[in-house]
Design a protein around this ligand. Structure first.
Ligand SMILES: Nc1ncnc2c1ncn2[C@@H]1O[C@H](COP(=O)(O)OP(=O)(O)OP(=O)(O)O)[C@@H](O)[C@H]1O
Ligand SMILES: [Mg+2]
Length: 321
C-alpha cells in the first residue's frame, strides 16, 4: 500500500496496548502515525496515557501548558457528569505544528488528542459510575454506556475524515483502556523479547476477549441503552520492539522468546520487528517530529520501520475483508 489513495472504507481504529510498561508502545504509535501520514493519509493519535509521553513527543511541555492543558486534553472529555457531557471529543483535536510542517508535501496530516497527567484520577471516578444500578438491566445499560463511550464519540461525522486512529494506551487494563478496546477494530501489542514482557501476552489476549464477549453478550440481551451494537475487536498481532540485531539476526536470547510467543500465545507475531536503536528512538519527546520522518530516506532503520508499517497496514486490510 502506498501513495495517496484512500482505503475505500471507513476509518480504522487501532489500540496500541500492553500491560507491561516501557515496551515501546508510545514510540511505535508516534512513528507509525507519522509514517502512515507521510503516505498521504489522515491520521489521528489519541493519547490515553496519563504519562502523556505521546503528547510530549509532539509538543514541548511548555507549549502543552500554555496551549492545551486548560481546555484541550482528553481529560476534559472523560470528566464531568459523563464522558462527553462537557465537551465534544472532536473539539479536542489539535494539529501539532512541527510534524505537520514536515508532512506538508505528502498530502497527509497527523492530528492529536492530547493527554493530561491528571487522567490518572479518571479511572476511579469512572469505575464508581458503574455501581449503583438497582436492576440487572440498569447495571448492564451502565456497563454499555460507559465502556462504549469512546466508540460512540468516534462515530461522529467529524472523525470520518480520518483514515486511521491510533490510541496509545496506558500500561494497565483500567476503565479508560477498556473504552479504547471497545472503540478499536484492531489491537496491536508491542512487546520486548524478554521473559517479563512476553509473560503477560496471553493474559492480555484473554482479558480483551472477555471484555468483548461481555459487551456483546449485554448487547445481545437487549441492553442497548446508547450502545453502538456488537463490537468486533481483532488482534493484529505482537510487534517485537527494541530487538537487538547482530549479524542480520536477533540475538539468541531474544530469538528464544520470540519463538516462544509464536508457538504458545496463539496470536499472530508480525514478521517485521522494531530494532533497538537508541540513536533513532531513544529521544522521544525532544524533537516534535518522530524519528522515521527525521531519518534520511535510505536509513536502514527507517527502511525497516516502513516495512513494519506496510505489514501492519496489510494486516488491517486483511482483517477488514
Ligand atoms: N526501538 C527502540 N530502540 C531504542 N529505544 C527505544 C526503542 N523504542 C522505544 N525506545 C525507548 O524506550 C523507552 C520506552 O519506550 P516507550 O515510551 O515508547 O514505551 P511505552 O511502552 O510507551 O512505555 P509506558 O508503558 O511507560 O507508556 C523510551 O525512552 C524510548 O525512547
Ligand atoms: Mg507509553
Amino acid at each position: 500500500m502506498s501513495g495517496c489513495d484512500r482505503w475505500g472504507r471507513d476509518m480504522h481504529v487501532i489500540a496500541v496496548m500492553n500491560y507491561k510498561g516501557g515496551v515501546g508502545k508510545t514510540t511505535l504509535t508516534a512513528n507509525l502515525g507519522a509514517e502512515v501520514a507521510a503516505r498521504g493519509h489522515r491520521v489521528l493519535l489519541i493519547d490515553l496515557d496519563p504519562q502523556a509521553n505521546l503528547t510530549f513527543s509532539l509538543y514541548s511541555v511548555e507549549q502543552w501548558r500554555e496551549e492545551l492543558r486548560k481546555d484541550t486534553t482528553i481529560m476534559r472529555w472523560y470528566e464531568g457528569e459523563a464522558p462527553g457531557s462537557e465537551v465534544e471529543l472532536h473539539d479536542l483535536v489539535v494539529t501539532p505544528p512541527l510534524v505537520n510542517e514536515q508532512l506538508a508535501d505528502s498530502g497527509g496530516q497527523l492530528d492529536l488528542i492530547s493527554s493530561h497527567l491528571k487522567l490518572i484520577d479518571i479511572d476511579l471516578r469512572l469505575a464508581a459510575r458503574l455501581g449503583g444500578g438497582t436492576t440487572l438491566t440498569e447495571a448492564k445499560r451502565k456497563f454499555l454506556d460507559l465502556h462504549g463511550c469512546l466508540a460512540r464519540a468516534l462515530r461522529h461525522p467529524e472523525f470520518q475524515k480520518y483514515d486511521l486512529v491510533l490510541i496509545d494506551c496506558a500500561p494497565n487494563f483500567g476503565l479508560v483502556t477498556k473504552t479504547a478496546i471497545v472503540a478499536s477494530d484492531h489491537v496491536l501489542v508491542p512487546a520486548k523479547a524478554d521473559y517479563l514482557s512476553t509473560l503477560g501476552i496471553q493474559y492480555l489476549v484473554g482479558n480483551c476477549d472477555e471484555l468483548v464477549a461481555e459487551y456483546n453478550d449485554y448487547v445481545n440481551h437487549g441492553s442497548s441503552g446508547g450502545s453502538i451494537g456488537q463490537i468486533e475487536t481483532r488482534f493484529l498481532g505482537v510487534v517485537f520492539t527494541m530487538v537487538k540485531i547482530y549479524a542480520g539476526k536477533p540475538i539468541g536470547t531474544q530469538q528464544y522468546y520470540m519463538e516462544d510467543v509464536r508457538t504458545n500465545a496463539e496470536m499472530t507475531v508480525l514478521r517485521s520487528v522494531m530494532r533497538d536503536s537508541p540513536r533513532h528512538f531513544g529521544d522521544a519527546g525532544e524533537n516534535g517530529v518522530p524519528a522515521v520522518l527525521r531519518a534520511p530516506v535510505t536509513d536502514d532503520v527507517a527502511v525497516e520501520f516502513r516495512r513494519l508499517t506496510t505489514e501492519i497496514l496489510d494486516g488491517i486490510q486483511a482483517g477488514s475483508r
